[in-house]
Design a protein around this ligand. Structure first.
Ligand code: ADP
Ligand code: MG
Length: 254
């Protein structure tokens, strides 16, 4: 299942396939506990999904990995490094949000280049990496357009290019396809999977749509109410739900 990824190893274009270990992660907003002792192991190069109903804590968990939101207790290990308390930009993670948040006054090229300019990379390197990132998402012909001149799917690709261009070690995607119409959503699944395989980058994909998770992810974690209910390969979880919540959520008969 992960073979294509493992052969990429540390030499992947993304700068490495990093395992993620989460230990007894707890997070509260004020007095409300939202993550209640999460333990998870995500393999290097794995395409992993957080699946669960609205309000189950998927985004909060993803944001905690990225370094946004209240400081949790417990551990988040990206490779060997516990990143809790580290600023987001020091974590080598790239995050794509549900709303792509492209800058409307910048062209596609400028949107994708921004993160490299912030990091003060040389102009020639920026040109090359932006070109490569746009080729990767099939948008090299659109470099000089503005976001408003693109379809929703194309805008989503720009958001992806903008994130992968900085070569993060971990890619976090929070319901990245949910703003697209149904047909496009299905097509983008395959594109996303191809991109992930090509980069060999450890990826967490958040969705409330089980079909989406099942068709593209190696393994899923089903969340409810800030607790991981079950982890496994999609078929396994579907065939053998660990409890009645998972069975009901997945709509299985058990
Ligand atoms: P999901 O992404 O699975 O829909 P969230 O992680 O967004 O769920 O939310 C989990 C819980 O945390 C919800 O009960 C939500 O109301 C609460 N929550 C999320 N963000 C905040 C916040 N900034 N302040 C207070 N409560 C929040
Ligand atoms: Mg969410």
């Amino acid at each position: 299942m992960l073979q294509a990824i493992e052969t990429t190893g540390q030499s992947g274009t993304s700068g490495g396939a990093t395992p993620i270990r989460i230990r007894n992660l707890t997070l509260s907003f004020g007095t409300t506990k939202v993550l209640k002792g999460i333990d998870l192991d995500i393999g290097a190069g794995e395409f992993f999904a957080f699946l669960g109903p609205s309000g189950s804590g998927k985004s909060t968990l993803l944001r905690a990995i990225a370094g946004f939101g209240p400081r949790p207790s417990g551990e988040i290990l990206l490779g060997e490094r516990n990143v809790i308390g580290l600023q987001p930009w020091k974590r080598d993670v790239g995050m794509v949000f549900q709303s792509y948040a492209l800058w409307p006054h910048m062209t596609v090229r400028q949107n994708v280049a921004y993160g490299l300019e912030e990091r003060r990379r040389p102009a020639e390197e920026i040109r090359r990496r932006v070109r490569e990132a746009l080729e990767l998402v099939g948008l090299d012909a659109y470099a000089d357009r503005y976001p408003s001149q693109l379809s929703g799917g194309q805008q989503q690709r720009v958001a992806l290019a903008r994130t992968v261009v900085i070569e993060p070690k971990v890619l976090l995607l929070d319901e990245p396809l949910s703003n697209l119409d149904a047909n496009l959503r299905v097509q983008m699944r395959q594109d996303l999977l191809a991109l992930q395989r090509r980069l060999g980058i450890t990826t967490i994909f958040v969705t409330h749509d089980q079909e989406e998770a099942n068709t593209i992810c190696d393994r899923i974690a089903v969340l409810s109410d800030g607790v991981v209910q079950q982890v496994g390969e999609p078929d396994h979880v579907y065939d053998q739900p660990a409890n009645s919540f998972v069975a009901r959520f997945l709509g299985t008969a058990n």
